[in-house]
Design a protein around this ligand. Sequence first.
Ligand SMILES: CN1CCC[C@H](Cn2ccc3ccc(-c4n[nH]c(N)c4C#N)cc32)C1
Length: 227
Amino acid sequence: MRIDIVTIFPEFFGVLDVSLLGKARDRGLIDIAVHDLRDYTHDRHRTVDDTPYGGGAGMVMRPEPWGEALDEVLTPESVLIVPSPAGERFTQAIARELSTEARLVFACGRYEGIDQRVVDYASSVARVRELSLGDYVLNGGEVAAMAVIEAVGRLVPGVVGNPESLDEESHEGGLLEYPSYTKPAEWRGMPVPPILLSGNHGAIASWRYEQQLERTRRVRPDLLGDS
Ligand SMILES: CN1CCC[C@H](Cn2ccc3ccc(-c4n[nH]c(N)c4C#N)cc32)C1
């Protein structure tokens, strides 16, 4: 998978050189390139924003630099992901969809957002998905892009050592994950649930499924279609 990120804060993505995704990059499973939007400006001040038509607070990101940047990184097979509070809610199902794509491009906006004509133009040359992390307002798209890249990247075959672990985690199969325990068998007076020490793998699987149902009913009844 090839990932291109366009942003005015390229240094924000330095963390992608470490941890699981860093190893995936070293192993050639994921190729990530970060592009500074200001490299696609041509004025002395490398200006990326301007005042909004129609008035209103804040500044809007100019279309010209974005057009030049996306001309360079978008291909017909790309999916352009535009983080936005007005986007569709990002979910594990969308992460799975995106993990099968060959090329992802992230357009990280700032200020009050990107001139709408950039998304409109990009939609004529590639698939575009405006995605939201959730119903709250961030200051830009970088945090959301990082979250999507991590959620998608870990689903790329070969990135996670034990692919079976991906099947039992939260939001796979529509349920939250079961609670996990490790040594010691008792800690601060709290024992590990005895079933987990029984060696009875069928009973352990049943207990874990019941734990998933109970936790989902308690914390996220909406996932079960309950109001
Ligand atoms: C006051 N204004 C309102 C409009 C957005 C302005 C900041 N901003 C500029 C670009 C941009 C991209 C994403 C998000 C964002 N916020 N919340 C989420 N779930 C997001 C996601 N994905 C926010 C963003 C601030």
